[in-house]
Design a protein around this ligand. Structure first.
Ligand code: NAP
Length: 259
């Protein structure tokens, strides 16, 4: 299936590894001109090189913190006005909510709520003028099924989800779609980190923690980030023009609800 992404301009945040990288790679291999953003320049440069080696033609990088105004400006200068925006940054730290300070909450809100909103604020009017835009926010299955130790994520991402529900309906008439992709458990560095934290807190071995997680997933495996990237590329394509304001779970069936 041709996704008609050839020449589309895409800005992908949090893209040097994991799910953001997979989205950037999928878009680039479909012919989009992709700018990858992440803070560690060396890791980012290697990530971009991997995508070029796989056959992408125009892959750009910006080493910047997307939670800062300067970082967002630098990203937009390099990409130019994007047709496609994928928002993403690191997830907040796990822990007990009794320990979290106001600074912890502000940091979580900056990472997982305000930065995506600020980016949307910058790109939306040019998208309206062009009568085309695709925005995908990488959030979390925690929006539908809260994870007890990730209260900062449960809270901040729910704020973004509520905001997007309104904005998506405001801009749909201009050919712009905004959707959230909700990862369950994907094989990434982040997944390893949260498993290690649970193992430390509970005194259970890392292997047992991972096995317990697998048993909670009907697919009995962790997701492959490439599967996430493919879903993102489809949602960003002109073919997905009638899908907007949705929260799409990619979780191997882990969410137990009927709808
Ligand atoms: P990851 O492996 O930790 O990768 C995060 C990426 O974002 C890295 O490229 C990182 O590079 C970049 N990044 C982090 N903070 C940034 C910032 N302030 N500015 C620019 N780039 C930043 O995470 P992941 O597993 O791919 O997960 C992506 C998102 O999905 C996270 O928010 C995570 O909480 C959420 N999620 C993941 C899973 C899962 O199973 N993996 C499940 C549910 C939710 P630098 O550190 O170099 O900046």
């Amino acid at each position: 299936m041709d996704l008609y992404l050839q020449g589309k301009v895409a800005l992908v945040c949090g893209a040097s590894q994991g799910l953001g990288f997979a989205c950037a790679r999928a878009l680039a291999l479909e012919g989009a001109v992709v700018t990858l953003v992440a803070r560690r320049g060396d890791v980012l440069a290697k990530a971009a090189e991997r995508i070029r080696e796989d056959g992408a033609v125009d892959v750009r990088t910006v080493a910047a913190d997307i939670t800062t105004a300067a970082g967002r400006d630098a990203a937009l200068v390099t990409s130019g006005a994007p047709d496609i925006l994928v928002t993403n940054a690191g997830g907040p730290k796990p822990g007990d909510f009794r320990e979290w300070t106001r600074d912890d909450w502000m940091s979580a809100l900056d990472n997982n709520m305000y930065s995506p909103i600020a980016l949307m604020q910058s790109v939306i009017d040019p998208m309206i003028e062009r009568r085309f835009g695709r925005i995908v926010n990488i959030t979390s299955s925690a929006v539908k099924m809260p994870i007890d130790i990730l209260g900062l994520s449960n809270g901040a991402r729910s704020g973004l989800t509520g905001f997007v529900a309104g904005l998506a309906r405001q801009v749909a008439q201009y050919g712009i779609t905004i959707n959230n992709l909700l990862p369950g458990a994907f094989s990434t560095v982040r997944l390893q980190e949260t498993a290690r934290r649970v193992a430390e807190d509970t005194g259970v071995s890392l292997d047992e923690v991972q096995q317990g997680r697998l048993m909670a997933i009907p697919a009995r495996r962790f997701g492959d980030p490439a599967e996430f990237g493919d879903a993102c590329a489809f949602l960003c394509s002109p073919r997905a023009g009638y899908i907007t304001g949705q929260n799409l779970l990619l979780d191997g069936g882990a969410f137990p609800g009927t709808l």
